[in-house]
Design a protein around this ligand. Structure first.
Ligand SMILES: [Zn+2]
Length: 96
């Protein structure tokens, strides 16, 4: 049989579980945990409700002035040179 999953591991996998993209064996392990754990089961119900609600929100195109303003802000904040890109992903004070 399957080794039981802890709540923390199930929580990590819930998004993929709901999208039905987990490997079959892991999907079954999550399902088995959900059947026995009211806390995780409740979390899944909340996530399902959230996904349903978000899907019902009509999509509207972003107004052009807002889109242009947002793009300008992102471009001005984004690193432009390879050195800047590297320092943006490497912590200033790396832990060894
Ligand atoms: Zn749980």
């Amino acid at each position: 049989m399957y080794e039981p999953l802890c709540c923390e591991r199930v929580e990590v996998e819930l998004g993929s579980y709901l999208e039905d993209t987990l490997p079959r064996r892991l999907h079954l392990r999550v399902e088995s945990h959900l059947a026995a754990c009211p806390d995780c089961w409740s979390e899944v119900q909340h996530l399902r409700l959230t996904v349903t609600c978000l899907a019902e929100i009509p999509r509207r195109p972003m107004p052009a002035p807002l889109k242009n303003s947002l793009l300008r802000a992102v471009r001005s904040a984004a690193p432009t040179t390879p050195g800047e890109r590297l320092t943006s992903v490497i912590p200033a004070d790396p832990v060894h």
